[in-house]
Design a protein around this ligand. Sequence first.
Ligand SMILES: Nc1ncnc2c1ncn2[C@@H]1O[C@H](COP(=O)(O)OP(=O)(O)OP(=O)(O)O)[C@@H](O)[C@H]1O
Length: 675
Amino acid sequence: MRLRVRLLKRPAAADPAVSESERRLFGGPLRYDAGWANHEYAQLESRLLTTLRSMPRMAGGTLRLAWDTDRRALLTVAFAEAGQGVTSAAGLLVLSRVLRTLFGAGSAADRLHAALPALAAGALVAVLGAVLASWSTAAAGRLEPKVERAAHEQYLKAAVEVELEAIEDGEFRRLLDSAQWGPPSARRTVGACVATLGGLISLVATAGVLTVLHPLLLPMLLLIAAPRGWGAMRVAQRRYLSMMTWVEHVRAARLIGQLLISRTSAPEVRVHGVGRYLLGHYRNMAEHAEGEATRLARDKAATELLAAALSGVAALVTYTAMGLLIVTGRMDLAVAGTAVIAVRTGSASLGALVATTNTLHEESLYVRDLERFVAEAGRRAVPSGGVPLPERLGTLRLEDVSFRYPDRDEPALSGVSLTIEAGTVTALVGENGSGKSTLVKLLAGLHLPDTGALTWDGVDVREADREQVFDRVSLLTQDFERWPVTARTNIAIGRPAAGGEDGSPEQAADVAAAARYAGADQVVEKLPHGYETLLARMFRGASELSGGQWQKFGLARTRFRDARVLVVDEPTSALDPEAEIAAFDSIRGLAGPQRAVVLVTHRMSGVRYADVIYVLHEGRLVERGSHEELLARGGRYAAMFRIQADQYGDGAKEPGQGVPIPRRAAAPRNDPSVT
Ligand SMILES: Nc1ncnc2c1ncn2[C@@H]1O[C@H](COP(=O)(O)OP(=O)(O)OP(=O)(O)O)[C@@H](O)[C@H]1O
């Protein structure tokens, strides 16, 4: 079905046109709540003079980066661009000399002969200009990718060093999102800086030559060039204005395109017929965007025609004035010839300068986002250094710990006190949202307590060397990372090897041992290239694992990491019953004299053999004890255990019979959903 495109009133800054499809699917234009989205509006405010004034500040960050990355290339570009300005000025002066000689007295052969040295000098200047231009191109070509790489590294390094809290903070994420456009923009800023510098120098050189030739020529140049400059500026501003409307259609259409081809939506796209539905909306939005592009093209054509007409009138006035000056003997014919060429070169330079200034302005907005992000990330980075932790692990203690996520009113943990001893298995249980995963993140050093204390053998985690805290923890969560790398690296990445250890026979043996421990070796045996099989469904020749097979890899990675404290959060959700029993056995086996295991799970069968079980409820610890003790108490734990046991029909065999066991409600007979 083709949907009607409803064009609203002409696009304006604050009220872009919205297609019927966007209204229906997204309830309006699809605007990102991201920093860079603001630029679309900021750009509209830009004017040439404002842009020119803020240019040094805008380009400053990128130039500093270029200076740090390859100062030789930067200086070469600057020198070559300045040199080109000088050669273009020299070229004009030589041209003036040639014309003067050619228009002078004597026979044609004599005049031509007399002009030969100047012609030779002109050729030399032209060759020099070309050499300088290619020198600048080569140096800029070397500099640009280096600047992009340096900016990207700066971005990634800043991102990995911040506290987890910052990553979970919406404001910071927006900054992170907007800053990702910074590195490619830094690269383009280098190009725009070079072009702007070149344009400026050549303009100044041309203006200088014209002033030397005749004082009236410079105002004449400005008169001819001004309309074209105005036209270029106006077209650029209209483009910004249009981009604001256009970008939203493109964004919406792109989202729909992704939904149509995504793997996760593929079943519904086919079975529910969502494909045809979304395709119709895609066409509608694309047509809307095409309409905007057509409008823009018409606008541009009209503006350029007007600018050309104004420029033509200005040229007519200028050349008439020049003719009068020649006729009245106040201007030499040779000077006039040079001036005509200089005026043409100068107006072209001015037009190009306006365009490159606009590009510079546009790109530098994204670079500024990157700079803001790097500064903010520095403020929110995990502090380096601190009190070293004891070599041997004794006790991890939480005393009256509370923690609240910044965007929540209620604390996720309140007044939690517990102890984790080396050589034990500690289980954390509780209903959804009771605070188990939050507690795990605190234990891993990912979050710091708001109040109370978390100590590693007496060292408060706030003062401890966080690098060491991370080093002593192994974290296996339900959504652990399925790295798109080989099976071997997927296990070995548990403790990324330093330099030469990667791929060593010792490492291979450790990987194999860890895989055997977790039962992942049987999975590897069936892979086409064994440990060298790439586990990434999106690449050619790669294999994909099932959820349960991945969990075995997760456990193998944890085993390989061999840390002091193993934190395992819902490790068996995708395992079949047999594999689940084996996995819980393996996890229990990981506890050793110097190692503690903290297990979070909703599978009550997996926690019954833990040395100590803590029950969390709404962020508070409500029960503590062994499986038997807690069942005998008949509290929350006993209720949870018996609900699960009851599903298998053996709840009555457990102690703690006094606990009321909620039964699953039977579906009403007349429920229309039950057939
Ligand atoms: N990143 C976060 N930002 C804000 N609130 C969060 C965040 N993570 C968890 N919460 C909130 O903190 C509380 C505790 O969540 P937590 O994930 O620790 O519970 P849980 O016991 O692990 O739950 P589940 O059994 O469902 O995994 C919940 O109210 C949850 O909504």
